[in-house]
Ligand binder design. Structure first.
Ligand code: MF3
Ligand code: CO
Length: 260
C-alpha cells in the first residue's frame, strides 16, 4: 500500500529528515581513528533525544541501536561494538529519526583518515549514483527508472550492486511501499506520483555482489570481504520532481575537505 502524503505531512517528513541530517552532522565531528562505534552510538542517541526525536531503528524488529554501523565489508545493519576505527577504514552510518510520527532515513559513508584511492572511488561513485537515482524520481517515470539509473552508473564503472536490500517508501512507517531495488529495467514497476516519499539507497560493492548475514542475524557483509559503500536520502515527490528532505550539508560542513 502506497501512502501519498499531503503538503502538511511532507512538512513533518522534512522535520524528521532535518534532525536525521543534523544527527549525522554531529557524528561527523567524532569519526576518527581511535573512536569505537559504541561511543558514536552514545553520542548520536543523546543528540536525537536532546532534539526532540526518537531513534526509530532502536528496537525495530529487535535491532539494538539508533544507527547501523557499516565498517568496510559490512553492507548494512551492523551493531555498535568495541571495534575501534582505524585509519583507512570506511564507515557507513545509517539513521532513521522519528519526529512527531514521521520518519527521516539517510545514510552516509565516511572515510576514516586517509583511505585507499580505489575505496574513495567506490564511495564517490556510490554517492553519485544516489543522485542519478534521485534525478529519475519524477512524476511519470517508474520505479524501474530509478533502479536502472543506479545500476547502469555503478556497473559501467566496474562495481557490483547488492540485490538483497532495497530502498523503500517511507512515512509514518520506516518501510512502506514501493520497494526500490538498485537494479532493474527502465520503464518497469510502479508509476511515480506527487506525494510519494521515497528513501533511495544504493548499496554498492567493490568486489562481487554476494552478501552473507552474520550469526547475530543482522550484520550483512560482502561474501568476499571487499568493501561496500552506502548513501541514502529521503525524498518527496513535489511538483513532479524529487525534493530531497535529508541533506549531507551538515556532514559536509563538519568534514571540510575530507568530504567525499
Ligand atoms: N535505515 C535502514 C533502511 O534504510 C534500515 C533500518 S535498520 C533497522 O531501511 F534496524 F531499523 F531495521
Ligand atoms: Co532506508
Amino acid at each position: 500500500m502506497v501512502y501519498l502524503k499531503t503538503p502538511e505531512e511532507i512538512e513533518k517528513m522534512e522535520r524528521a529528515s532535518t534532525l536525521a541530517s543534523r544527527s549525522l552532522g554531529e557524528l561527523a565531528k567524532w569519526i576518527a581513528p581511535g573512536v569505537t562505534t559504541l561511543r558514536l552510538e552514545q553520542i548520536v542517541r543523546e543528540f536525537i533525544y536532546d532534539n526532540g526525536g526518537r531513534p526509530a531503528c532502536l528496537g525495530y524488529g529487535g535491532f539494538p541501536a539508533a544507527v547501523c554501523y557499516e565498517v568496510n565489508e559490512v553492507v548494512v545493519h551492523g551493531f555498535p561494538s568495541n571495534y575501534t576505527l582505524r585509519e583507512g577504514d570506511i564507515i557507513g552510518t545509517d539513521i532513521v529519526v522519528d519526529v512527531d510520527g514521521f520518519n527521516g532515513d539517510m545514510c552516509y559513508t565516511f572515510p576514516v583518515g586517509d583511505i585507499a584511492p580505489e575505496v574513495m572511488a567506490l564511495c564517490r561513485t556510490t554517492k553519485e549514483s544516489l543522485y542519478k537515482g534521485i534525478e529519475m524520481a519524477r512524476e511519470g517515470n517508474r520505479i524501474g527508472d530509478i533502479s536502472n539509473a543506479i545500476q547502469r552508473y555503478c556497473e559501467s564503472r566496474g562495481y557490483s550492486v547488492v540485490r538483497e536490500m532495497c530502498g523503500h517508501g517511507i512515512g509514518r512507517e520506516m518501510h512502506e511501499d514501493p520497494e526500490i531495488p538498485n537494479y532493474g529495467r527502465a520503464r518497469t514497476g510502479m508509476m511515480i506520483r506527487n506525494g510519494m516519499c521515497l528513501a533511495i539507497e544504493p548499496m554498492i560493492n567493490l568486489g562481487k555482489r554476494q552478501v552473507v548475514i552474520e550469526r547475530d542475524g543482522w550484520t550483512c557483509r560482502t561474501r568476499d570481504r571487499q568493501p561496500s559503500a552506502h548513501y541514502e536520502h529521503t525524498c518527496a515527490i513535489v511538483d513532479g520532481t524529487a525534493c530531497p528532505l535529508t541533506t549531507f550539508s551538515y556532514i559536509e560542513e563538519a568534514l571540510g575537505e575530507r568530504y567525499i
